[in-house]
Design a protein around this ligand. Structure first.
Ligand code: NAD
Length: 318
């Protein structure tokens, strides 16, 4: 006997831009109250060393979002040939400054600083001002399930899941990617909220089969359209952290189809963005974050939230 044909509704779109705007709107009166009480706005210092094009854009976006929310944002632009010691001296000064609440050092650091530079520099930031949540002290607190300044991207994903009313406790979450910025803290935050968590990575065997057991699938890989429909259990929530640029017309057509508005966008701008999740997943997933407009805007909103938390002294170190 043949059953009725299976029609799947397209996945619900998890609108990160809308949630990020809501978070920022909530922060504004709190920032104003801080300003009224303390006589100055919460202050974020961003260090941008070198001239990486993508970093310039990220920093500009963070600066604008911070200023619009009422924070004082100072960008310290350093030339690409700045020595590691000079950068460390700046961090030291900011650590000691009563007018600085949050310090963010934009990655990547110039290659000339050496391979270990990022770790040395992040370790030098006062954990109370570590709004990126990369300091080992904050990483350790998170691993123990204690309150901490937590990395912005995975924190944004948690806010999105919560505000979209998606249950976490008891669900099987599969995180693909184990970076210190996204994958690992993502897994720790999901575990903290009682998900059953599996971390997958480049050496994982039977990756698609493993991913297809997830109720919540987080893709943080850095490979365009890597997560295809076979990775996804029908109805699962799929969070696409990846941001990849397609810069050939053929690539855009191969992912989105010749009729897609993305082709027109490519013709206008010379590139278009795609996540780590293939557009075909929309017909299988129950809910899905778009790229752009999904996780990206939340990352910035959580940076502002972390800055206010640091300014208020709402960290376990105070
Ligand atoms: P990363 O390169 O540090 O880590 C990638 C991870 O993916 C690694 O742990 C690796 O084990 C895993 N991986 C690589 N190839 C794999 C494969 N074939 N199969 C399974 N796993 C594989 O990257 P990252 O910093 O974690 O960033 C991941 C993606 O998220 C990138 O596209 C990045 O641009 C994006 N990102 C977005 C935001 C945001 O605000 N939305 C923030 C940070 C990173």
């Amino acid at each position: 006997m043949t059953g009725p044909p299976f029609f799947h509704m397209p996945a619900r779109r998890l609108d990160g831009a809308r949630v990020a705007a809501a978070i920022r709107a909530e922060l504004m009166p709190m920032v104003a109250a801080f300003q009224a009480r303390r006589g100055r706005a919460p202050a974020l210092d961003i260090v941008l060393a070198g001239d990486d094009t993508a970093s310039q854009v990220y920093v500009r976006n963070k600066e604008r979002a911070g200023s619009e929310t009422g924070l004082t944002v100072t960008v310290h632009r350093l030339p690409a040939d700045t020595s590691r010691d000079d950068l460390l001296r700046l961090i030291e000064r900011l650590n000691g400054s009563p007018d600085c609440d949050g310090i963010l050092v934009q990655s990547p650091l110039p290659a000339a600083m050496g391979k270990a530079a990022a770790q040395v520099v992040f370790d030098a930031i006062d954990p109370r001002k570590d709004v990126d949540g990369f300091h080992p002290h904050n990483v350790g607190l998170l691993a123990q399930g204690r309150p901490a300044l937590t990395p912005c991207t995975p924190s944004g994903v948690m806010e999105l899941l919560d505000r979209e009313g998606l249950a976490i406790a008891g669900r099987h979450a599969v995180v693909i990617g184990r970076s210190e910025i996204v994958g690992r803290p993502m897994a720790a935050l999901l575990l903290q909220r009682d998900a059953t968590v599996t971390i997958c990575h480049s050496k994982t065997q039977h990756l698609a089969r493993m991913a297809a057991t997830a109720d919540i699938l987080v893709a943080a890989i850095g490979r365009p359209g890597f997560v295809t429909p076979e990775f996804v259990k029908p109805g699962a929530t799929v969070v696409d952290v990846g941001i990849n640029r397609l810069d050939t017309r053929d690539a855009v057509i191969s992912f989105f189809g010749a009729d897609s508005p993305r082709v027109a966008e490519f013709d206008r701008k010379g590139s278009t963005l795609i996540g780590d999740v293939h557009p075909g997943v929309e017909t299988v997933a129950g809910a899905l974050t778009p790229v752009p407009g999904g996780v990206g805007p939340l990352t910035i909103a959580m940076l502002l939230k972390n800055t206010l938390r640091a300014a208020e002294g709402l960290t376990p170190h105070s």
